[in-house]
Write a new protein. Sequence first.
Lengths: 467, 198
Amino acid sequence: MSTTSATLFDKVWDAHVVRKIDDGPDVFFIDRHFIHEVTSPVAFLGLESRGLKVIFPEKTFATADHNTPTINQHLPVQDPLSANQLKALETNSAKYGISHWGLNNPKNGIVHVVGPENGITLPGMTIVCGDSHTSTHGAFGAIAFGIGTSEVEMVLSSQCIMQPKPKKMRLNVHGKLGKGITPKDVVLYIISKLTAAGATGYFVEFAGEVFENMSMEGRMTVCNMSIEMGARGGMIAPDETTFAYIKGRDKAPKGEAWDKALAYWKTLKTEPGATFDAEHNFQAADIEPMITYGTNPGMGMGITKHIPTARQIGGSKASYDKSLDYMGFHEDEAMLGKKVDYVFIGSCTNGRIEDFRAFASVVKGRKKADHITAWIVPGSHIVEQQIKEEGILDILTEAGFQLRQPGCSACLAMNDDKIPAGKYAVSTSNRNFEGRQGPGARTLLASPLVAAAAAVTGVVTDPRELI
Amino acid sequence: MAYDKFTVLTSSAVPMPIENVDTDQIIPARFLKATERKGFGDNLFRDWRFNSDNTPKQDFVLNNPIYSGKILVGGRNFGSGSSREHAAWAIYDYGFRCVVSSFFADIFKNNSLNIGILPVTVSPAFLDKIFKAIEADPNAQLEVNLPEQTITILATGEKESFDINGYKKHNMMNGYDDIDYLQSLKTEIQSFAAKSMY
């Protein structure tokens, strides 16, 4: 790959190939490995049964998030199975010399929130974790993607995985976003156009004015959802916004090391002569606040629109009908005004400080609708602290909301934060699959602004009417 | 973890003509709490397979005794969603060794290959033929031939080729996994790491 035709993705990928195998995958070196309690225990068992060690323990970071309660974290975890997984993470980390941020550690939080906020995630890195939303870290110009537990064992024992190089896709969004249009709307819009499998087999680069003007929090939201269009990951070229975010963070390079790193990071961009296997262009002006109506993230639409018909969507009508039936919706219905039961703000998609600022901007001076149950869950203790320091907690309390403690929470409902069967939740998380937020739960994915509008009105509401 | 070698599999198949079967359907998150890899097959497709009182849902295909076999045939975009290898474990543990679809999600496909399930991607037209063959005869036999890279509907003789990279094919046919291979490259990896800026 000559330097005049390399993409950002090529540059980072090619710098990490230890060995190429004919008619096979690349032996691919991993700079940072995050682990959590759910997808790592079997990998550690594997190491033990083979008698292997962790090759570079300083390149792996453990945090507890998937299973953790979001209230009373100072008490012992009630569910014995969850407690057992949390204990296993702690024991395995200690045994192999891996840094571990367990419950009640001030650095604890959702893996894809704590990595960036502590400066562990840096441009040009390769980053993996046994979690598909590892794509989040691509916001920094890193190649970051989710892996299975067998691969977790590979990284622990050899710092490498066997990975064929994916195809390349560029998604450009031109122009400027309108009032009330957030990064979540941008990515839900793209997924609704490409479908939930539209980028399968590709690694995506997000480019264009909209992403250049976006904050790091926003870029993380977008890259986080890359997997929801089927892409292994998504990335955005690092720029001054990226460098300003990283500088001074706990584990970021300092002094001379910073200068050296910065000089390298500035080379991490797609060259003008580079080509992609696929490329799509979108206009910011076409994007409204988005909401999903079905059971995969591709089933999303502008909040003022009507639910499309199976014929408009194409594909299997039986699958489409099954999905709407699960949701209790019909073709050609409006979403505005539909009653909502639960509101969830949080997750690795929208659990950062900017998301809570957005939520607070709508609920300020208003009251939570009486019938709404709201779960407000920061992505980390650092975010929780910021919420308190910035006065957001006061706004939330005044409006009748309570703040919970950090964790993955109702995004995947492994802990007690489960939406009851048949109930509707406007959720800032990433997946609206059947039962994702609890057996029978009905999820409407949306931005923090749409979630806030639903929380105060009790129904699906266009947030532009409230801001 | 070692798995059985895969060469030629001849079996009836279980049809699941649903698109976008995601990993939360294959194994819901609340069943991911084990610290060992066992028993995941019991909760395969848990919420499609069982009512909330744990009685079987009669209309779900895995509860229909006329369908059985080591091959699962799914609709387009099978395995989308989470990276949980538990989804592949549940399918393997239940007794499937091969999943056929017209399109697989990337991570699921990778996980399957790593644990000894062969994901076979066929054309939409051939997938339709398989569903029709099973509809005509629930015991219709499929032959999945890994050395030849073909899948055949034995009743009609209709056949299609499928792709797999040579490295993974060799591993599947011999029951090898990547960890042993990577261990053999340890010195090379260590010298690579020594040059890394991170």
